[in-house]
Design a protein around this ligand. Structure first.
Ligand code: FRU
Length: 305
């Protein structure tokens, strides 16, 4: 079985589904409410577990009643959380999410009062059992030390660059795969994914770099080539929360057992990740996700070589 360690956060997500996005200082009744576990690494772990991967999560854990709920939901989904260090007298990070039923848009208000994971929580771990290590770029000073340590195990490393953070450029050299989000690309002044990839490929020409751009689909750089995958048409977008986390999980899953250097494998990974993310947007939450077949459908021949 393949084992992947995901390092990042676990949150409590309180999701109100509305039939429109509310105006400021108005009162609106939600149609539905969902209470779920969330957080980028935790969401990706939830998806990977459904893909048959043994997903281990490493996140700082609070010791309040919400933490008991979040971690029991993760454990119900067979995610291994035994490595998570507990911070005493702390609060679980919580997201208050408004989901607009009309288009699936998700607006997040996030409250956090919990320490970030420290390098000392990580550098005592035996990484030998893992086939892949994935990191959320959060406290990049701590992450830098974790990555230095990880490198000594000679395992594939992916890093998600979701938001611009202090010292984030220092951690990029450690990745084999960099996942760049649209907000991160925009924060660096890029108005499209292709320009962003061209820029980062100059410094990191031997890495795989992806950049997702909402309805325009996703791009990937590898082997001196940039490829594009159109977004799949969504018949019924209901919940886009965690679509990027799903994309990352799908891409890692596609590559973990394959030769990462082969261009055809990158095309397949990009296609699979986009189809998986599209399926996620058409359902609430991550459970019972419809898994696309891992080969590219016959009509998907629009990849440049
Ligand atoms: C989605 C998500 C939510 C969480 C928030 C944290 O990508 O991970 O589950 O509440 O982002 O920023």
């Amino acid at each position: 079985m393949t084992h992947i360690l995901l390092t990042g956060i676990a949150t409590l997500d309180i999701i109100n589904q509305l039939d429109h996005y509310p105006a400021e200082n108005s009162e609106t009744r939600a149609l539905k409410q969902f209470i779920r576990n969330g957080g980028n690494a935790a969401n990706s772990a939830t998806v990977l577990q459904q893909l048959g991967i043994n997903a281990h999560l490493l996140a700082k854990r609070a010791d309040d009643s919400n933490a008991r709920l979040v971690y029991s939901l993760l454990e119900e989904r067979q995610i291994d959380t035994t490595l998570c260090p507990v911070q005493k007298q702390s609060k679980t990070p919580t997201s208050y999410i408004t989901l607009n039923e009309q288009n699936g848009s998700r607006s997040i208000v996030h409250y956090r009062d919990l320490d970030e994971l420290q390098a000392s929580d990580f550098t005592k771990l035996d990484l030998f059992p893992y086939d892949w290590l994935h990191f959320e770029a959060r406290d990049c000073t701590q992450l830098h030390q974790m990555l230095k340590y990880t490198k000594t195990f000679n395992k594939p490393i992916s890093i998600e660059l979701e938001k611009n953070r202090a010292y984030i450029d220092n951690i990029m050299p450690y990745a084999d795969v960099l996942f760049i989000s649209k907000p991160f690309a925009k924060s660096r002044g890029f108005t499209n994914a292709s320009d962003c990839l061209q820029h980062f490929a100059k410094s990191y020409n031997n890495k795989i770099i992806t950049c997702t751009w909402g309805e325009q689909g996703a791009w990937a750089y590898a082997n001196a080539t940039i490829i594009h995958q159109n977004a799949f048409t969504l018949q019924n977008p209901v919940d886009t929360l965690g679509a990027g986390d799903t994309f990352n999980a799908g891409f890692i899953f596609s590559l973990v057992k394959k030769n990462m250097a082969r261009q055809n494998n990158i095309k397949q990974a990009l296609n699979f990740a986009c189809r998986l993310a599209a399926n996620k947007c058409q359902q609430n939450g991550f459970d019972q996700l419809i898994i696309p077949s891992s080969s590219i459908p016959e009509n998907q021949t629009n990849f440049p070589d």
